[in-house]
Design a protein around this ligand. Sequence first.
Ligand SMILES: Cc1cc2nc3c(=O)[nH]c(=O)nc-3n(C[C@H](O)[C@H](O)[C@H](O)COP(=O)(O)OP(=O)(O)OC[C@H]3O[C@@H](n4cnc5c(N)ncnc54)[C@H](O)[C@@H]3O)c2cc1C
Length: 591
Amino acid sequence: MYEYRAPRRELSFVLHEVLEVEAVLAALGRGEVNRSLIDEIIEESAKFSEQVLSPLNWQGDREPPQCVQGVVTAPAAFKSAYQQYRQDGWPTMAGPAEYGGQALPSLAHVPVGELLCSAAMAWRMASGLSEGAVLALSKHGSDVLKSAYLPKLISGEWAATMCLTEPQAGTDLSILKTRAEPAADGSYRLTGTKIYISWGEHDLTENIIHLVLARMPDAPAGVKGISLFLVPKRLDGKANGVSCLSIEHKMGIHGSPTCVMSFEQATGFLIDKPGGGLACMFTMMNQARLGVGLQGLGLSERALQAATHYALERLQGRASHGAEQPNQNADPIVVHADVRRMLMTIKSQTEAQRLLVYYTYLLEDTLTFSSDAKTREGAALLASLLVPIVKANLTDAAFEHASLALQVHGGSGFIRDTGVEQYVRDARITMIYEGTNGIQALDLLGRKVLMNGGAAVQLMIKTIQNSLPSELPQQVQPWAAALATQLAQWGELTALVGGRVRQDSEELGAVAVDYLQYCACLLLGWCWVRMAIVAARQVSAGSAEAPYYQAKLAAAAFYFERLWPKHLSLAAGIRAGGSSLPRLTSEQWSA
Ligand SMILES: Cc1cc2nc3c(=O)[nH]c(=O)nc-3n(C[C@H](O)[C@H](O)[C@H](O)COP(=O)(O)OP(=O)(O)OC[C@H]3O[C@@H](n4cnc5c(N)ncnc54)[C@H](O)[C@@H]3O)c2cc1C
């Protein structure tokens, strides 16, 4: 089994050479977070991810947490890794300083998240959920709640969950039933059942803080009647009417206990105002959606490493032009063009996706730290456009990449000991939770694109155009020209879809997924143009790392020759629209 190595060089390329984050952060007034600090954070978290976490990935899959009479016990190694993670101060990176956090910009702490996801995604989910809760509470909680809960959540002494889903309410949260009755002391008593709650119960921490969506007795129907409550597992040292009824037996992420949670007159505290629950939850969900995109990136990276390693080692057949290793019985399978097609597909998408995700976090940092209101407004518009694209595109790709990595392994990929089949099983959930990828597409097209009359797309197009220098290296020119042509069509296609949706609202759902993937295809093309400019300049400057940069240019060429044309079929699907999705009768469906 291949053991994961943190992609230090790739992170350095994206963060320092392409995004130039040191200068970006200095311009945002966070100059103390310089290159050497970022590299130090990456190096230390790389060691933790490689040495401590990566071996747990496999272990968590084989020996998952167990639930006995409501007590969920994680593998001992999960617990000790969590203690080390806490002692080393990792959970404090993002939290606000007044409650014990380091308030680091995303560009400094998100790379850690990427490495943790690659190393052991199921384990990482526990701390990732706490980070989301810290954000929601910091933004929407009262001072009393913040003082009582943030310090221990930020230090990692306590963990948190996100409790939305109920048996009858998954995508459609408007029909959730959990009730919150006001108590005389201003708190609430919550009663109801939540399902599929990740890390809902466990023994990594002594207390778990549940953020729960529920309805008050007089609340209006629908989403306007949903409020958010903070419900601790233990309150003032005593049990608080929260219990785990069971954990699910599932396809992947076995290391993460997925719990059925029962709330029986549990004491909870209102966060924000009555009826404001979904808005608060969106704070957490936006961050969580980017976090799931990051899970996709982490899994893709791990799949790429395993597949590349195997392709260089496994000896089968001969290169078509004659033996490359005549002293061996056969050549390594990387000599076969089809194997290289699979590797290049994973590599060229994953590397561009890494830039896309960190660019999105750069926008988040701009939104947080910029002193200029107009700059913040633009960053907010672009980030809102990119969040659903990052979530859906990176997770769809992670599943594709894991499957391709398995294919590179041939029959051994299907055997558990290689470890690759776990990546396929783990990747599949990322397309479903935090809003299915179909829902991400509806969010993108319906809310982020059409609700503001296409302003976000127009700003994105302008931003892309302004990002490219007038003098381009010769090799990059045809790719930049293809991008420029397609940017004009993006605007036209968006206007076409907008017109159709105004006439028939079903058109939205009919084309949303193709539209999201079309946008992603263009954005990844932009990422490749940006990376290729840096690489081509380094090659012509005679860089000592020329082979590294030449590989970048080869991946860019592969992307534009083999993957970029997908936008044509996606655009065709969008143009075909809803009329290509007939409503068959139930007899026709089941005939
Ligand atoms: C392992 C795991 C961990 C999870 N962790 C958590 C957690 O920590 N906290 C939590 O609250 N939840 C969690 N979930 C729940 C998860 O977020 C939901 O499963 C997900 O949102 C989908 O809801 P659902 O399963 O009810 O599917 P449904 O809502 O029944 O959807 C079924 C299908 O119909 C489609 N669909 C539904 N409505 C529409 C629509 N309006 N338009 C177009 N298509 C539609 C969906 O896209 C999907 O393809 C977890 C789930 C799993 C499996």
